[in-house]
Design a protein around this ligand. Structure first.
Ligand SMILES: [Zn+2]
Ligand SMILES: [Zn+2]
Length: 334
């Protein structure tokens, strides 16, 4: 099969790779679409120790199953593979499973990713698509599930309804846009500010959601001004801003992880009882609900997805790296 292989830092090669082998309990997906994630970009920059070249990246995929229990069904893969037996897996918090592995990673265990014609995954990770959900659009189920999980965790931590909150979303990438869409269209939160230094991105996102779009330096982002902050960036500087601008008693939801360490205002966090919550992936239930949300068009149409040819994937990575593409999500088509 053809695949886009991560062969070295900032290097992707479109080449022949071995097809996935049919294994009992696993289904092979003929990939119709697979999205480029921020974490793929992180790997591309050589900054992810769980993704070591050579490796096929990609974990946001949809397509048609060729064999086994789901043969001939259109489906999306939940890329998070878990043990099913531990205290987390048996208590609906599968994403915290100590044995978890993600498609498109090779540490701790190798699982090839979805920037390829075919990919295999355990059958429990295969989610059939409802007829009304477009097979290509379904590739954004994964980042939508990440965002849904983040919003739900934030909601549970607050002492007032999300609809009454003033919200800051840092980062206008797919996760920033999706969190904002879920907040606005599902949770009735209409007081959202989205910040990003990339003006192209802000302008593109402004077509899909009613919010304030500002540069991270804008005075709109005032100290002690926000009930809840979603940091989809995860830089030291974004975390420092998050803690400055969150209201006393407010919540910071930390989703992006561009820089894993750095200074933080623990004084304010303590004296003002700020809740800081890290969030990772989604539960199986979140993933299931996401498919319903997308099929019902609860977050509106998905015209913000830009489709590109998998063959030209290297170019897409380059453009995201340079910040020259406006689309919050690029989906590659084999
Ligand atoms: Zn992702
Ligand atoms: Zn487990």
């Amino acid at each position: 099969m053809k695949a886009l292989v991560y062969t070295g830092v900032e290097e992707l090669t479109y080449r022949d790779e071995q097809n996935p082998i049919e294994t009992k309990g696993e289904g092979i997906l003929k990939v119709h679409a697979s999205g480029i994630c921020g974490s793929d970009m992180h790997a591309y920059h050589g900054k992810d120790e769980r993704r070591v070249p050579p490796l096929i990246l990609g974990h946001e995929d949809s397509g048609k199953i060729l064999n086994g229990k789901f043969k001939d069904k259109t489906a999306v893969l939940n890329p998070l593979i878990t043990c099913g037996k531990c205290e987390y897996c048996t208590n609906k918090r599968e994403h915290l499973c100590p044995e978890r592995v993600l498609l498109g990673m090779n540490k701790p265990r190798k699982r090839q990713g979805a920037f390829a014609e075919f990919i295999s995954a355990p059958e429990q990770n295969i989610y059939e698509l409802p007829d009304r959900l477009d097979i290509k659009e379904a590739a954004v189920a994964e980042p939508t599930a990440v965002s849904l999980h983040a919003v739900l965790i934030g909601e549970a931590s607050l002492k007032k309804p999300l609809s009454e909150c003033r919200t800051l979303v840092q980062g206008a990438g797919a996760i920033g846009l999706l969190c904002s869409l879920i907040l606005s269209k599902i949770k009735g939160n209409k007081n959202i500010t989205i910040s990003d230094p990339n003006k192209l991105r802000l302008k593109e996102c402004s077509k899909y959601i009613d919010a304030k779009f500002v540069d991270p330096q804008d005075k709109e982002i005032n100290n002690d001004g926000f009930d809840i902050v979603f940091d989809t960036v995860g830089l030291e500087v974004s975390r420092q801003q998050a803690i400055s601008v969150v209201k006393p008693g407010g919540t910071i939801i930390h989703i992006g992880l561009t820089q894993p360490s750095g200074q933080f205002n623990f004084r304010k966090a303590t004296l003002q009882e700020v809740t800081f919550i890290g969030t990772y992936c989604y539960t199986n239930k979140d993933f299931e609900n996401t498919i319903k949300i997308l099929a019902n068009k609860d977050i509106g149409d998905l015209n913000w997805i830009e489709y590109r040819d998998l063959k030209k994937g290297a170019e897409a990575f380059q453009q995201i790296h340079k910040g020259t593409c406006a689309a919050p999500k690029i989906v590659l088509l084999p």
